[in-house]
Design a protein around this ligand. Structure first.
Ligand SMILES: Cc1ncc(COP(=O)(O)O)c(C=O)c1O
Length: 679
């Protein structure tokens, strides 16, 4: 018989509540409650405590000795090694990992996690990913060989400290199962012991359950809702109390400290408006990430998220895609930047020419702005005209940004040459061309964004541009590699003269491309588009691997299917919450864009702020859109949708009570500027 051992992780050091594991809670200390519960888990043969070898944890070891609980001592920080050591000493075949801050651990639920592991033959199972059970019932079952593999292989401090992220990030290698709570809506309950407030609340619950030595989660649920007079540290309570709810206390402490440090040397503390503090709820959001894996990222406080930002859309395959990473490693061993061109440039250019309808020739840049700016200059050179019509977002350079509200520093002479036009309105384009086509070099637009093109719109632009000698540029920095391997132009069947690609081309490596008609592109021989890192080889290698995989795995089809399903399921929830006119998901499935309208006196910006605050708290990193990737999976979908439930409940409750502003920590988020408007 396989020896199944529950190992309880316990230590005295806790920054928020030192000594909590030996504090009294009801009729026993916390650790006694957890060991009592662990001993009654069906299928558990043995219970051990794993604590550190620091002298501060002698008290835990002494308590174990006095209460005849086996105790293993190991590294304070390398908790993974500590667990593996405890499992070896206990001769475990299966390990059930429990933490000592869960005084209401439910033995029946933990037993179900074990059963799930055994029945399915999985290597690892838990009940918190996605979060459907109350926080405080968490446990993880794993086969000993899986734990040992992680202990041998994991190298990152984060993986070693948190024991199982290394396993959970390897779904392709270890079969992973999760136990879903049969009662919907409990994922926002929180019964863990982290702060004084938690202690008060959990003590009140324990006092009411004094007759039950190991209460089940339904017992706890029943009394938790009835307790008055103590703060209720659940997400549910945050709907009522709003700012400063204890569930959120300290969640982003490291991010906040890092922001303070970064802002001393970096304006806004960020390289990109869209990643900066002004685009997230003030004092209530993660601002710094430490790593990513698949469809998930972790912030510097150790919080895990399903990432719907995807690096502002470069991450199309997922973080640390094994094929792209392998290509990077291979190239790294040959070199990064060389003194002359490499063969990789021709290889990638040939690939784009094969894939993208308008591409006859290609040049590479690093950011999308390089490619769009090259397109604008080429169009001016090809036509001998100066004016540009623009629709959408095209980057940070003067010729574009001068036409937006963020034009500080752009000379008026440049601004006057650029005109923004609305999307899906052929009449306006016709007017401009009729009045001034002799001066208009190009029309540059995103072929799809907050709206898809109406039937005939792109075809109409094509015809008008040809008739008036205006260069038609599709800015496919986002749609390229998302709509289809040949971009939106292949998807909608309309071929522009020039096109810009970027973002997802290198799955996170900095690379962009201007592609287009050979007669225009050859002007590049005289145009100054020339930069040190234009042929940097790591990014070229990553782009070739990314495009290979997008094609071989039908990645864009998956983005349409997965993104469409997620969009539909979210829209159904928005509708059910009575928020259909207030929160909308616009545009196409691979990049569904969130839009927030005013409701009464409450602005869309304020509603967005509360929505983001709740989504972030529920473990979903989202800002303006669903930027789905090939790595996003069913568990990610479930987590996003349960976060939607939480966020929508909060927004609709706030709107009906009229107290939305009181629930957000700072000022409502204002857009950097708004460009993706439709006609
Ligand atoms: C459609 C579009 N074009 C151009 C750009 C500019 O790209 P980059 O930020 O890489 O310079 C962006 C960036 O968001 C974009 O979305």
């Amino acid at each position: 018989m396989t020896n199944t051992v529950a190992i309880i992780q316990a230590r005295m050091g806790s920054s928020r509540l030192p000594g909590k594991v030996l504090m009294p809670l009801g009729d026993r200390v916390v650790l006694a409650r957890v060991t009592d519960a662990a001993r009654t888990i069906p299928g558990v043969d043995d219970v051990w405590v794993a604590t550190s070898d620091l002298s501060g944890d002698d008290a835990v070891a002494t308590w174990c000795a006095e209460n005849t609980v086996d105790c293993f001592r190991g590294s304070e920080t390398d908790v993974l090694a500590r667990f593996a050591g405890a499992a070896a000493q206990a001769d475990a075949g299966i390990v059930l990992r429990i933490t000592a801050d869960c005084p209401f651990l439910d033995p029946a639920v933990a037993g179900q996690v074990l059963t799930l592991l055994r029945r399915t033959g999985a290597g690892y199972a838990n009940n918190f990913d996605p979060r459907t059970w109350p926080d405080g019932l968490d446990c993880e079952a794993m086969r000993r060989d899986v734990l040992d593999a992680a202990a041998r292989e994991a190298t990152r401090d984060y993986d070693r400290e948190h024991v199982t992220p290394y396993i959970r990030a390897r779904r392709d290698r270890f079969r992973i199962e999760s136990l879903v709570c049969p009662i919907p809506g409990l994922g926002t309950e929180r019964w863990t012991l982290d702060t004084e407030t938690d202690l008060d609340h959990l003590s009140a619950i324990a006092d009411k359950l004094i007759d039950l030595p190991t209460p089940g989660f339904l017992d706890v649920l029943e009394v938790a809702d009835k307790i008055d007079g103590t703060a209720h540290p659940t997400a549910g309570a945050s709907h009522q109390t709003g700012v400063g709810d204890s569930s959120n206390e300290g969640r982003y402490a490291t991010s906040q400290a890092l922001l303070e440090r970064a802002e001393k040397t970096i304006p806004l503390g960020s390289q990109t408006f869209s990643k900066s503090r002004i685009q997230y709820p003030e004092n209530n959001a993660p601002l710094f990430l430490s790593h990513g894996e698949g469809g998930r990222v972790w912030d510097v406080d150790g919080n895990e998220y399903v990432d719907l930002v995807s690096g502002l859309l470069p991450i199309v395959l997922g973080y640390r895609d094994p094929d792209v990473d392998a290509a990077l490693r291979r190239q790294l061993s040959a070199g990064i930047t060389f003194s002359l061109a490499t063969e990789l440039e021709a290889e990638l250019a040939e690939r784009l020419v094969r894939q993208v309808p308008c591409a006859e020739m290609v040049r590479f840049g690093k950011n999308g702005s390089d490619a769009t700016s090259a397109a604008a200059r080429l169009a001016r050179a090809a036509t001998g005209r100066d004016r540009l019509l623009m629709c959408g977002y095209h980057g940070w350079q003067d010729w574009y940004i001068g036409a937006t509200a963020r034009h500080l520093g752009v000379p008026n002479a440049v601004r006057e040459l650029s005109t923004m036009i609305p999307f899906n309105d052929l009449g306006i384009v016709e007017d401009h061309f009729r009045k001034d086509s002799d001066n208009i070099a190009a029309l540059i637009l995103e072929p799809a964004s907050a709206e898809e093109p109406q039937p005939g719109y792109l075809e109409g632009l094509r015809e008008l541009c040809t008739r008036h000698g205006v260069i038609l540029i599709f800015d496919e920095v986002i749609t390229g590699c998302r709509w289809s391997p040949g971009g939106a132009q292949a998807h909608y069947g309309v071929t522009p003269d020039l096109s810009s690609f970027g973002k997802a081309m290198g799955n996170g490596m900095p690379i962009s491309a201007i592609v287009g008609r050979a007669d225009i592109m050859t002007l590049m021989e005289d145009i100054f588009f020339s930069a040190t890192f234009g042929g940097e080889a790591l990014s070229l290698a990553a782009a070739i691997a990314t495009l290979d995989k997008i094609e071989a795995h039908a990645v864009t089809d998956k983005l349409w299917a997965y993104g469409g399903d997620l969009k539909q399921a979210a829209e159904a929830r928005i509708e059910r919450a009575g928020l259909a006119g207030v929160i909308r998901l616009r545009g196409a499935a691979p990049w569904a864009i969130l839009a927030f309208a005013d409701r009464g006196d409450t602005t869309g910006a304020a509603i967005k702020t509360l929505f983001l605050q709740e989504m972030l708290n529920a473990g979903v990193l989202v800002n303006a859109s669903h930027n789905v990737s090939y790595a996003h999976n069913a568990a990610d979908r479930d987590l996003v949708l349960s976060a939607y439930d939480r966020a929508l409940t909060s927004v609709s409750d706030a709107l009906s009570k009229g107290d939305l502003l009181a629930r957000i920590a700072g000022k409502p988020i204002e857009p950097v500027f708004s460009v993706r408007k439709s006609a």
